[in-house]
Design a protein around this ligand. Sequence first.
Ligand code: ATP
Length: 733
Amino acid sequence: MSNITVCARFRPLSSKEKRDHGANICIQSVDSESFIIKDEKDEGFTFSFDKVFYEKSKQADVYEFLVLPIVRDSLNAINGTIIAYGQTGAGKTYSMEGLNILESDEEKKGILPRVVDGLFACIRSSDESTKYSIKLSMVEIYMEKVRDLFDLSKDNIQIKESKTQGILLSGATEISLLDPSEALQSLSSGIANRAVGETQMNMASSRSHCLYMFTVHQESTIEKRVKFGKLVLVDLAGSEKVEKTGAEGRILEEAKTINKSLSALGNVINALTRGSLAKANHIPYRDSKLTRILQDSLGGSSRTALLCCCSPSPSNVSESLSSLRFGARAKHIKTSPFVKGDEEKSSKKSEAPSATRDHASYEKILEKMGERLNAEDVKLLEELFIQAGLFDDLNTTEDLESAFQDVVQQTISSLMQAVEELRFTVDKLERENKALKERLAVAEMFNALPDNGANSVTFNYPAVFNFGDSNSDTGELVAALGDFLDLPNGQTYFKTPSGRFCNGRLIVDFLMDAMDLPFLNAYLDSIGAPSFRKGCNFAAAGSTINPPTAQAVSPFPIGVQVAQFLRFKARVLELLAKGNKLNKYLPAEDYFQKALYMFDIGQNDLAGSFYSKTFDQVLAYIPAVLTEFENAIKTLYDQGARNFWIHNTAPLGCLAQNVAKFGTDPSSLDEQGCVSKHNQAAKVFNLQLHALVKKWQGQYTDSNFTYVDIYTIKSNLIANYSKLGKQNCHSLV
Ligand SMILES: Nc1ncnc2c1ncn2[C@@H]1O[C@H](COP(=O)(O)OP(=O)(O)OP(=O)(O)O)[C@@H](O)[C@H]1O
């Protein structure tokens, strides 16, 4: 007999997924039956199904391949079932119903309206000697209760089993369908009664399993024969992880019930796929209402099709993988003669009067189990039977065996689920632990500072003298080169290129704002009448601490910037002494002592060395860079500077140019996609710089040194880049 037909369907990316990950997808098509999916660790898994419907597939393709053959069979009295499986928002309802069940757009129509058209078309074209009638029932399984969607007062429909008709829903409303448009109206009113909740994953997420059951009744006037074909379409509730949806309270209970019934479906599929062991392998249909109703479809002689709906987005890859694995397992189910035997067994069971209970056999079995198990386990099993209410159902030795297997299976599956949940928790805790350790390291770094914390930072300086590179260059390099930057530099705040290598403001601009001081003018930008009253900026893009070498350029290394400062100071003092009328544009004499001296430099020393040095050589180079820094600080101190802010170096490995140059091998990248070695070098540099700042504070006791941990601030921005509306982290360094 044939296997279940299993297909995978990938919907197009949603707008949220596009916002979070751009156009990235985690699947790569191999052909119309196979594809490769890459998980979070970039490991690829190949899946093959009867057919794969990619993002551009049409609703009609899905119907024609997966459903139409089953619709045709149902008119030949062969039962058929079509199941849509997948995470919330993966496209199950879209595949089943289309955008709206009453949608007349031919392209977007889902499976259901096509089934309706298909059934009526087949009937119209059949020969006149056969009379057909179609009936429709619609139920949903919500919180393990079967509700009639055509009559909500029937909210706990019982599932029965008949020897001739198989599984039946006792008392469920059946509507006779006379034509396609009436059928669609009936479906639409049933759908409107579905329980829908709201989760973060999908605003209109269906929280129940919905079953559409068409019964095709046919009567041959020639053969005087009556036949039935049952066609069941199942739109399952979402298979997502509870943790991801942020479910709480009732929604959490719903999610747990959904997950339980879906894992029961998985267990039934697992048990069925064990093939020849089937005799010894009890199929736990009774573990959930869903599996009990689908008993005929999954294990009987009906034809079954499974559509695994998935998102192609990397953000949903673990859910997609679990849906695909479910589909891959289902592919191995064979409708086997054993299952028929099992059915017969079940029907015998329901017919057996309870008075014939065979307690002697029951005890005999327990005795037999005692030969294999110790007394404590036998006792435990007895208790489990009582808890599961199995005593009342135990009529024969076979019942007992089957109940025993049920209990064992249930215990195994709940243990497996517990292991899976524990694994997930361990993973989560490990991740949290790692993040906490990193935060702790940073906090320790800050605590070690003699003068740390926002409260101790004084924003009370008459002027600022700044030294640095492009991070704080407000026009120095552009003035030096006599060059202009084009837009987009300056476009978001200044509305014109401002000499900054930035679209808007730099950190130094925000700091000046916070200190109620005007933006700093570049030392060389002296055309017009720039005011240097509140300070001066010597930072120039591309500059380093160490002097340039044949391998590394540096427009104005820190030594030159300090020399420029000395010249600036001498000139100011000279002009002040002359009582020049332009003095109002110059700092007052005492400002040189009261001012804040800011430094944001060193990143180019590190990043530049990676072009000519090995990682170890870069690390070995750091002390020389810091010695040069120390000389600059000493010169300024000797000149009367007393307030110093030292910015450490940002995560260089996240700079776009470093990723492009040094990050082509994926193993060189960290979890954020940044070059690990560059970030490690920045951390080593920062640790040594931090120690040096502490040394200065001890050495220059009449001064204030503040170490500014820009690395951590930027790391946090990078880790949260998507929340800031950025497509990657590289624009944040
Ligand atoms: N193949 C597709 N083409 C275009 N849009 C799609 C496709 N599949 C799904 N969508 C859209 O994606 C969104 C989520 O799909 P849908 O509601 O079908 O998910 P679901 O799996 O049924 O979720 P739930 O389990 O919560 O019911 C909907 O807006 C739907 O219109």
